[in-house]
Ligand binder design. Structure first.
Ligand code: 16G
Length: 240
């Protein structure tokens, strides 16, 4: 199955073969892969070549390595469309996953000048600072910090934010969430993010900053999140 006379590099042929087995479901998340040595013997190729294929697949999120235990098929990433202004709860439900939150911090603080600017409120105005681990079927996906004007979104409680913030804002307060702008950049998990997201220190995360507005343009939230890069990918459809 490996063609040594092909102009296609051997590591790449092996990589594509493993990828295909994962995509066909022959190899399932959590399955362990044979050792590099076994692949090398089976195909009569060097261990270095096998390692190169494995490393590529780890970098692309198909495999992950566990120190001293071996190489395993990774969980499939959630493909999150970037069109559409949805909440975490809605996103998870749409996928048949159970949304959850673990509340880390809930407090009313005086707005710093940065937060006041983002929310168009006076400096030191009362703002909810809410930090939640967002879970899908109990697995941490993102660490999210929301800043919300307490004069606009009244009556928030720990119970409410353990459920859906958007459901409360729209369903109970009758405010119409209308638009948002979002910036995504890659980063490396800080020790705190790593701890809350159950990932290694220094693992990749995607930082997302969202500013969300009501119909009349009033900022309703300013959110900073760290999403696990091993569990998430973002998708957008484009037309020319
Ligand atoms: C999403 C939003 C976040 C919003 C939350 C509400 C991103 C990057 N962020 O996580 O801005 O506050 O949904 O979710 O998508 P909830 O209604 O489940 O509390």
């Amino acid at each position: 199955m490996i063609d040594k006379n092909s102009p296609i590099p051997i590591y790449y042929q092996l990589e594509e073969q493993i990828k295909e087995r994962i995509e066909k479901g022959e190899l399932l998340p959590g399955d362990s892969l044979p050792a590099e040595r076994e692949y090398a013997e089976k195909y009569q190729i060097s261990r270095m070549t096998v390692r190169q294929a494995f490393t590529q697949l780890v970098n692309e999120g198909y495999l992950h390595r566990l120190q001293g235990k071996g190489t395993f098929v990774a969980e499939r990433k959630i493909e999150q469309p970037l069109q559409g202004l949805t909440s975490f709860t809605e996103d998870m439900k749409a996928r048949g996953l159970t949304p959850g939150s673990q509340l880390i911090h809930f407090e009313i603080i005086p707005a710093t000048s940065q937060i006041a600017g983002q929310l168009s409120i006076p400096e030191y105005g009362p703002v909810y600072e809410i930090k939640r681990i967002r879970l899908a079927d109990g697995v941490p996906m993102a660490l999210e910090t929301n800043y919300i004007s307490a004069n606009l979104v009244k009556g928030l409680t720990e119970q409410i934010v353990n459920q859906s913030l958007y459901a409360y804002i729209e369903g109970k307060l009758n405010l119409r969430i209308d638009s948002a702008s979002q910036v995504i950049e890659s980063s490396i998990a800080s020790p705190i993010e790593a701890k809350y997201l159950s990932i290694a220190k220094g693992a990749s995360v995607m930082l997302i900053q969202r500013n969300t507005y009501l119909k009349d343009g009033t900022p309703v939230e300013f959110v900073k999140s760290a999403y696990r890069a091993d569990r998430y990918k973002f998708m957008i459809q484009m037309k020319r």
